[in-house]
Ligand binder design. Structure first.
Ligand SMILES: [Zn+2]
Length: 270
């Protein structure tokens, strides 16, 4: 599918990148990204992906917009208080980014309703965990492993942020979210209990969106594209996947480590 003249103009700054190019932009337009959670992370990650020309996004959230959400959840305003987050975000994003089709599921993800999402009729290019609680994060990780969808998971609370990526088909010796947190004892922080600044969430959402775009555009490189590329490619999928990044937003320090695989993990080693 060739890009329209209008799309060429709209996405010209990213098409200029050797790692994206016309072919990468076409991949984005054919991608379907599933985003669980439309709070601070989901608002911004969805906006960046829709703005970049991702063809389809499915937003899942049963939560309603509250006044205390507004400093972080920048798609929402006072008029939206009491409305469903996935619904309002989908309406606003479709208004702003006409190339992106957005589905909204206005309920929380559960094990029971997950077959509605993960069925034979739809294939997700990527799964973004933008949720705000431990049990949903574990469920998302479990579904990503089971359905072999690449997972990009982000979180932010207080001045601590975390980003990790999971794809054990491409990086079999790396771990999953459950390898990192085998029990809920190890995760105690959430925005509700320890607070957070809006840009702290925005930083992690931007990194999550950047990681997602990098993974999407690098998933298929045609041989003929490589021949015409004059600049060397910069994105290395193998280096991005199976990694854990932690950001200290008070000291402005990023740390990176390989996401180690637990041979006894109940999710990925079963
Ligand atoms: Zn695991």
């Amino acid at each position: 599918m060739a890009l329209s003249d209008q799309a060429f103009i709209q996405y010209s700054r990213q098409i200029l990148l050797a790692d994206v190019g016309e072919h990468g932009q076409e991949i984005l337009s054919q991608s379907h990204v599933l985003i669980i959670g439309v709070g601070g992370l989901g608002n911004l990650a969805a906006q960046y992906l829709a703005a970049a020309g991702v063809g389809q996004i499915t937003l899942v959230d049963g939560d309603t917009i509250e006044r205390s959400n507004l400093p972080r959840q920048l798609l929402f305003s006072v008029e939206d208080l009491g409305s469903n987050k996935a619904h309002v975000a989908a309406e606003k994003l479709m208004q702003a980014y006409r190339d992106c089709h957005i589905n909204s599921l206005q309920h929380y993800l559960t094990l029971e309703n997950s077959p509605e999402l993960f069925n034979a009729h739809q294939q997700f290019s990527l799964l973004l965990d933008c949720s705000d609680n431990f049990s949903t994060r574990q469920l998302i990780n479990q579904l990503a492993i089971e359905h072999q969808v690449t997972l990009v998971s982000a979180s932010a609370a207080n001045f601590q942020g975390q980003l990790l990526s999971v794809n054990q088909q491409l990086c079999p010796d790396t771990g999953c979210y459950h390898c990192l947190y085998p029990s809920d004892m190890s995760v105690s922080q959430s925005c509700q209990t320890v607070g957070v600044l809006g840009p702290m969430v925005g930083t992690l959402a931007s990194m999550q969106a950047l990681m997602s775009l990098n993974l999407l555009v690098s998933q298929q490189v045609k041989a003929e594209q490589l021949k015409v590329v004059e600049q060397p490619l910069k994105i290395n999928r193998q280096q991005l996947l199976g990694q854990l990044y932690r950001f200290d937003g008070a000291a402005f320090i990023w740390r990176q480590a390989k996401l180690a695989r637990d041979p006894d993990c109940l999710v990925c080693s079963a």
